[in-house]
Design a binder for this molecule. Structure first.
Ligand code: COA
Ligand code: MG
Length: 301
């Protein structure tokens, strides 16, 4: 099988906004479906207390069985070192599951391991082989930071990489992961940047981590602007109020689309071209790829 990337995404795989929903909350699940999020992350990990894990697994199974249209349904399973992952997967691998979010992953070998579990569970459920995708939270352990190159070439199930600062802070022993200016402090900027590079190397989208201050819409919009300029394709959300701003912030503007269309048209008009000038600026093959990606992003689901 070929490595998968942003250019051959399955339909319905839009990942601009993924909203976390604690998987033991029926009320939040119902509300989350109406937010316009591309996907919901039904969380079996840290937002569900250990005594509620079984109930949460059963609730997710019920939601998957009843859902037909609406946002793509992803499930964040418990980390591989908890011993809970297989039981999580056994409960949720069924029709309707778009994919799983793997927290505290330590590198490409963890994707391969979950991939093997999914191979078996898909066969048991009579699902097409390889259909269930994996999004990795790639920076939550110290070891993970040294293995970020191992996601490339991408496992065929790998859909995206994202990163997290909270669990990493806990293992590193940081009393805060923010500087006095409110921005990520140096160790967490490193994690964020390396996640972006790792995703680019694996040719999958990078999704920026959540913005915790969920009542601060202006701050979220500004932060998403930075994410988008840096190259992130979307973002995790924790509250319904964050979904609209994230979708708006990552959508290409009318000017972006017009320029992308001009770049593509200019190259299409002359297949021998390697570089062109538009309005006094130079564009070459990397710009053409970027322009095609911009146009494709508004044509998907
Ligand atoms: N999905 C769906 N609905 C949500 C929601 C979410 N992630 N977060 C909040 N809501 C709902 C609330 O239930 C409430 O509904 P109501 O108006 O019908 O009562 C409404 O949105 C407003 O919520 P609000 O009062 O502003 O927030 P809260 O104090 O109830 O919840 C959190 C705050 C952080 C607990 C909540 O946003 C949440 O559970 N987020 C997800 C947490 C998570 O999954 N974390 C794991 C990844 S880090
Ligand atoms: Mg966590």
């Amino acid at each position: 099988m070929q490595a998968s990337g942003p250019d051959d995404e399955a339909p319905g795989m839009k990942l601009t906004s993924l909203l976390f929903v604690p998987a033991d909350s029926e009320k939040k699940y119902r509300k989350a479906r109406e937010t316009g999020a591309d996907g919901l992350i039904l969380d079996l990990e840290d937002s569900v207390a250990p005594p509620n894990k079984d109930t949460a697994r059963a609730m997710v199974a019920g939601w998957l069985d009843e859902a037909s249209d609406g946002p793509a349904l992803w499930v964040r399973v418990n980390a591989l070192d908890t011993g809970l992952t297989l039981a999580d997967l056994a409960a949720v691998v069924r029709p309707g599951l778009a994919g799983v979010i793997l927290p505290k992953a330590n590198g490409g070998q963890d994707v391969a391991q979950v991939g093997h579990y999914l191979d078996a569970l898909e066969a048991r459920a009579g699902l097409p082989a390889g259909g269930i995708r994996i999004i990795v939270v790639a920076t939550e352990t110290a070891q993970a930071m040294f293995n970020l190159g191992s996601y490339a070439p991408a496992h065929p199930r790998l859909a995206a990489l994202t990163w997290g600062a909270e669990d990493l802070s806990a293992v590193v022993g940081s009393t805060s992961n923010k500087g006095t200016d409110g921005d990520w402090s140096q160790p967490y900027q490193l994690a964020r940047s390396l996640c972006l590079m790792a995703a680019a190397a694996a040719e999958v989208p990078a999704l920026d981590t959540l913005y915790a201050d969920f009542r601060n819409e202006a701050g979220l919009l500004e932060s998403c602007g930075v994410s988008r300029r840096d190259g992130f394709a979307g973002r995790l959300a924790i509250h319904p109020a964050q979904v609209g701003p994230i979708n708006r912030a990552f959508a290409p503007s009318a000017e972006d689309l017009a320029l992308a269309a001009r770049i593509v048209a200019a190259f299409d008009a002359d297949p021998g071209l390697g570089t062109i000038g538009i309005d006094g600026k130079m564009y070459d093959i990397p710009h053409l790829k970027q322009a095609r990606r911009t146009l494709a992003s508004v044509q998907e689901g």
